[in-house]
Design a binder for this molecule. Sequence first.
Ligand code: F3S
Ligand code: F3S
Length: 105
Amino acid sequence: TYVIAEPCVDVMDRSCIEECPVDCIYEGARMLYIHPDECVDCGACEPVCPVEAIYYEDNLPEQWSAYTKINTEFFDSHGSPGGAARLGPTGADHPTVTALPIDPL
Ligand code: F3S
Ligand code: F3S
């Protein structure tokens, strides 16, 4: 699967959503999350992210290794909705992301 990492936090550019053929990129409050079972590994989202937040799981930089689990665990409370448009913005984040400091910029 592909994974969204920390650079997305408080940026949420959303260009990735338009590229995804299976609508498996879901909106939290401070970042977006890729559903690990719904992602078909097409790779279309990766190059369009302006802050390079998206990686194939095997290529995830070490400092963001926790994000594989963060993306997966985000869906513990949502299951497999089968489409982000259907679910809509969730307004919530994984607790690790909620706890991140807010950049004063
Ligand atoms: Fe985030 Fe990049 Fe998508 S900033 S919303 S992963 S285009
Ligand atoms: Fe997955 Fe990104 Fe494609 S989330 S399905 S690799 S657009």
